[in-house]
Design a protein around this ligand. Sequence first.
Ligand SMILES: CC(C)(COP(=O)(O)OP(=O)(O)OC[C@H]1O[C@@H](n2cnc3c(N)ncnc32)[C@H](O)[C@@H]1OP(=O)(O)O)[C@@H](O)C(=O)NCCC(=O)NCCS
Length: 330
Amino acid sequence: MTGDFGFGAMIDKLKKSPKTIVFTEGCDPRILEASSRLLASSFLKPILIGFPDDIYSAAEEAGFNIRGAKIIDPNNFDDIDKMVDTFVELRKSKGVTPEEAREMLGKPNYFGTMLVKMGYADALLGGATYSTADTVRPALQLIKTKPGNKIVSSCFILVRPGATNGNEVLAMGDCAINIKPNEDELVEIAEETIKCARLFGVDPSVAFLSYSTDGSGKGEDVDKMRNAARKTKQKNPTVPIDGEMQFDAAVSSRVAQKKFPTSEVAGHANTFIFPDINAGNIGYKIAQRLGRFDAYGPILLGLNSPINDLSRGCNAIEVYSMAIITAALA
Ligand SMILES: CC(C)(COP(=O)(O)OP(=O)(O)OC[C@H]1O[C@@H](n2cnc3c(N)ncnc32)[C@H](O)[C@@H]1OP(=O)(O)O)[C@@H](O)C(=O)NCCC(=O)NCCS
C-alpha cells in the first residue's frame, strides 16, 4: 500500500458522482474551514445546520468564505411537517408523538439524520462538539442497520506516512461503538472491518487480539476471541484470519516465531479485532499518540446510509478528510 491510502480514488469517485454532506454543527470554526475548502471543489457540497445569521457571522469572524453553502435552519424548514410525520412513523414502535418528534427535530443531530433518511442529503458528519453517543444514537434509531447486518459497528483506519515505502495502513475495529461485543458480534465486526480495510487499499491479514496467544492464557475472553476467529475464518476461508493472539505476536515476526509459529497471520497482521471497546479505544489512541499514526474514524459500519462521528479533539483537516471518506461510502 503506497501513496494516499485510497483517498485520491475516493475523490475521483465523488467527482464522477458528486454528493452532499450534512454538518450538524454549522457554526463550528473547524466545520466552516472544511466547508470553505469543499466549496472550492466541485465534488462534495456541504449543508450546514443552524441559524443562517449565526453561521455567516461565525464564518466571517473565523475568516472563511462559505459563499454557496446550503444552510438549513431546523426551526424554519419548509418540509418540517412531512419530516415530523416520517419521524413518528419510523418511531411508532416506541410510541413517539408528533409533539415529541417536533421537539427532537429541533436538535441538529436528529434533524440532520432525518435529512439523510429522507434523501435531502447523501451523508452526515457530526460530533465536533457532540459526544459519540449523541451523534450515533439518531442514526441507530432512524437510519438502522443495512439488510443482513445485526449491529452497527466501527473501525479506525490508521495511516503512518512512510519515507520510502509509502504509507503504512492498518485497520482496527471496533474501537468506538459496541461496548462488550459477544462472539457473533465480533464475527460481524471483523467482516465489516475487512471490507472497510480493503476500501483503503489494505489486503487484510486479521488478528483477533487478546492477552493470550494460542491458548497461553485462560479465561472467557480468551475463548471468545478464539471462537470468533474460528467462525470468521470458516465464513471467509480465503482471508488470512487467526487468533486469539497478543498484539506483539500479531505484529512482530520474531515474537510470532516463538509464540505462534503455525499462524498464517502472526507477525504481519494489519487488521486488528479488539475484544471490547476499552481495549480498542485505548489501543488506537496509543497508535495515534505514541506511534505517529494518523487516525481516520470512527468509520461507522453496517448502517443503511453513511453517517460518521468526529472526535471532539478533531481539526479542520480531519473534518475535511472524514467528509470525503463519509461521502465516498454513500
Ligand atoms: C452506541 C451507543 C450510543 C448506543 O447506546 P444507547 O443509545 O444507550 O443504546 P440503546 O440501547 O438505548 O439503543 C438505542 C437504539 O439503538 C439501537 N442500537 C444500540 N446499539 C446498537 C448497535 N451497536 N447496532 C445497531 N443498533 C444499536 C437499539 O436497538 C435502539 O434502537 P431502538 O430505539 O429502535 O429500539 C452506546 O453503545 C455507546 O455509548 N457506545 C459507546 C460510544 C462511545 O462513547 N465511544 C467512545 C468514543 S469514540
